[in-house]
Design a binder for this molecule. Sequence first.
Ligand code: ADP
Length: 327
Amino acid sequence: MVKKIIFSGIQPTGNLHIGNYLGAVKNWVELQNNGEYQCYFCIVDYHSLTGDMKAGERHDQIIRTAAELLAAGVDPEKSVFYVQSHVPEHTELAWVFNTVTPISELERMTQFKDKSERQTKNINAGLFTYPVLQAADILLYHANIVPVGVDQFQHVELTRDIARWFNKRYGDYFPEAKALLTEIPKVMSLLEPTKKMSKSLGAGHVIELADELTVIEKKLKKAVTASEGGAKAPGVENLLLLLKQFGEEKVYKQFVQAEKDCSIRYGDLKNEVSNAVGNYFVGFRTRRAELLIDHNQIADILARGAKRACEVARSTMEDVRRLVGIR
Ligand code: ADP
């Protein structure tokens, strides 16, 4: 049986948070364990250069992100798990794709608009063209399925367009990639629940998978709940969704009912969510700590993954060079 191919990546820009987990990583692990797919999971370090992280922090952060993904269930025996910059074909293919992508299409990307508003002192060209590198990440492995959060949906659509533009000009070669969303494709910030939970908003906005129960409690105490004017509060909706995912169904249903009949106590809801999230990731925190004892072991796992990725990437680039007439 020919397996469908899955690709997804994550930037090594900080600890994983429950938005990354519920929007993407949980799905990665389920798809990987389902056995029907060949999965490629990549730490996209070149993408992270578009942000403001200092060079001295990057290498350790790559190892920490790898440890967290392993602790969350990514299995390097089942999936190809590696670092983007270890496979130079990613940036090579991105260059070719740059030459078939109209600038006007990149100007439509809402992520670019968002990020350039937040990162006003560093609006670099990489921030503008990173969706093209993302298309190369995906298509290098002929991936059909891309499990991501909803914020990445537009980029996967662009990937589909880039494949079409390439195929039209050089012959039918790249497949059609589709985004695969989870039940909760967008987890909201604790402090500004109309925005997506993101590490770039600041520590108080996110719950990290590595957070101890006491830290989670503190963050949730400050979480915004009621909204003005009696509208359905997005902060409460968000906490209920977290309870649904991490807590017991019975308790979740009680709180949904309490919200409907206006007897809900936000302090109680926050306590339940704290306990549910804290307990859910106990095993994760233990595995993470164990893995981080030996950075070399993690580096070995990533090197083995890169070797496997390189075999496919090299063959794709050979085809691409031939198709565009370079070789
Ligand atoms: P961040 O947005 O925190 O910088 P990344 O860009 O590295 O994180 O995203 C990694 C994956 O996590 C992507 O698939 C992205 O769609 C998903 N993701 C990030 N934040 C959220 C969120 N708040 N809700 C759901 N999915 C998310």
